[in-house]
Design a protein around this ligand. Structure first.
Ligand code: MSP
Length: 506
């Protein structure tokens, strides 16, 4: 039976344009989605924009625009960037979509009827940038540690959500991996948060924020942005709020629960507390996995407008091309750990891994193969360790070890390079044509396997390699994956094409 795989990125705030931090999450989700599609899973990949709240209202005002006009412009920028990066999302959800608003309204009513939302007064410190209430303990020198601003003192009438009620149930589900949090350190961090600080009821509405979804039973309030935003994971797969309660599968395709919500550590805590509590309140199953990747700095500095070091996704694409940009992001750090980016490092990696690595291997092999009439498959190519590499590669991607999968591909390239150097096919062509034809078959067939492994990471490059190998990309894409990755898929009478260099040196 076909397995379903539902993966999401966070929906990004439209108070700012997309940068490579957003791109990192989105490309990673894209790689995992493309990999699952490649192996035959039924995939839904969701991304989008988070468009309500005080922060965005303020930015729109500063830009002298109506909030809707402002959010339309920035949402379009995200869509443009994801197009540039060849992102294969199945939907782009915006929290200003009518269906989303209708569904949020229904969900709030449902949770209130259940007794999980009540009227109270919320007193606390609020960071506008996080759009989150903070406790004294969260602050460093009185400032929000994330945004280095003094949170505002807020005391207002508010509709409160009974978060505390769900503490024990959630802690249990996190401990027993019913809600799996990866990597393990992040799970431990959340468990100690639950155990040391516990959960308090939280404010689910704001009285003085106009730019939001009105609370259906009291229009003087708007819904708390996070309550609104989380529901995108259900509305993005088709819950349009026409039914009274969210259907247990979340949408038409039966995609709920999410298989993985991908994000960075800045928003783990809310995803491991408020969101699953909302789901319990709504009577829905919890997402299977929260995968937390690291945070990126640029040359050791936090990305910020004032430092002028913000890199837009399109800047990368312009310099390196789309596939190389995707590769450089994915290989920048161990998936799950913090990273540091710099143009010098990217340039170096481009030349080492792409120009001298895959680009050179393909060019060199095709040139040699073009010197003989026909290939011959005699020895079966076991020395090239293709089967073993597939096992490692697939295990890595199943465990969300994206950088490890790239290491597996790079190792295969090194094995192929060594195989060429050891067997010297350029000499064999003159002395022993059959042997040369066999060695070259093994190399080209290994390159064909490499191209499949590259497909989720560098879809255009995979197609260019097929073209060089004399294969038709459209036909390759239609192939059953299991059959495609059997040894011997390259016909011996294939006609190779030299084509242009894949990654010309910078
Ligand atoms: N709107 C909320 C999310 C709501 S989800 C229901 C939000 N938006 S955000 O625009 O601030 O995006 C945060 C996410 O962007 C991070 O969790 C991460 O996925 C990505 N990143 C933003 N900056 C990043 C880095 N510098 N490094 C790595 N990822 C970063 O939070």
């Amino acid at each position: 039976m076909q397995k379903k795989f539902y993966i999401t990125t966070p929906i990004y705030y439209v108070n700012d344009k997309p940068h490579i931090g957003h791109a990192y999450t989105t490309v990673a989700a894209d790689v995992l989605a493309r990999y699952r599609r490649m192996i035959g899973d039924k995939v839904f990949f969701l991304t989008g924009t988070d468009e309500h709240g005080a922060k965005i209202e303020e930015k729109a005002k500063k830009a002298r625009k109506k909030p809707k006009e402002f959010t339309d412009e920035i949402a379009a920028k995200f869509q443009f960037s994801w197009g540039e990066l060849n992102i294969s999302n199945d939907n782009f959800i915006r929290t200003t979509d009518k269906n989303h608003i209708r569904a949020v309204t229904k969900a709030l009513k449902f949770m209130r009827t259940k007794g999980d939302i009540y009227k109270g007064v919320h007193k606390g410190l609020y960071c506008r940038e996080c759009e989150q209430f903070k406790t004294e303990r969260d602050l460093v020198d009185g400032l929000c540690p994330e945004h280095k601003i003094t949170p505002e003192k807020v005391e207002e009438e508010s509709y409160m959500f009974k978060l505390a009620k769900y503490k024990d149930q959630l802690l249990e589900k996190i401990k027993n991996n019913e809600l799996q949090i990866l990597p393990k350190e992040r799970k431990n961090e959340i468990i100690s948060f639950y155990e040391n600080e516990g959960l308090n009821d939280i404010s689910f509405s704001r009285k003085n924020v106009g730019w939001g979804i009105p609370v259906p039973w009291d229009k003087s309030h708007t819904a708390y942005v996070w309550a609104d935003a989380f529901l995108n994971y259900l509305t993005g797969i088709g819950w349009n709020g026409e039914s009274e309660s969210p259907p247990d599968k979340g949408g038409e395709g039966g995609f709920w629960p999410a298989d993985v919500h991908l994000m960075s550590k800045d928003i783990l805590r809310v995803h491991a507390t408020i969101w699953p509590a909302m789901l319990l309140s709504l009577g829905l199953p919890l997402p299977k996995t929260l995968f937390i990747h690291g945070f990126f700095k640029i040359e050791g500095q936090k990305m910020s407008k004032s430092l002028g070091n913000v890199i837009a996704p399109e800047d990368l694409v312009r310099r390196y091309g789309v596939d190389a940009a995707r590769y450089l992001l994915m290989s920048a750090t161990i998936f799950g750990r913090d990273g540091d980016i710099s143009q010098d490092k990217f340039d170096e990696k481009f030349n080492a891994d792409l120009a001298n690595g895959i680009g050179n291997l393909v060019a060199r092999s095709i040139t040699l193969a073009s010197k003989i009439n026909s290939l011959k498959s005699l020895s079966g190519g076991q020395e090239l360790k293709v089967k073993e590499s597939w096992l490692e590669y697939e295990k890595a991607l199943y465990e969300f070890k994206i950088d490890t999968a790239l290491d597996d591909i790079n190792r295969m390239m090194k094995i192929s390079d060594n195989y060429i150097t050891t067997n010297k096919p350029w000499e064999l062509i003159k002395k022993d044509k059959d042997k040369a034809a066999d060695i070259l078959y093994n190399i080209l067939e290994t390159i064909r396997h490499i191209s499949w492994m590259l497909l989720p990471f560098m879809p255009e490059t995979a197609e260019k390699i097929w073209d060089s190998l004399g294969l038709n990309p459209a036909d390759e894409l239609k192939k059953d994956f299991k059959k495609a990755i059997k040894w011997g898929g390259l016909p011996i009478d294939t006609k190779v094409n030299k084509g242009e260099a894949l990654f010309p040196r910078l």
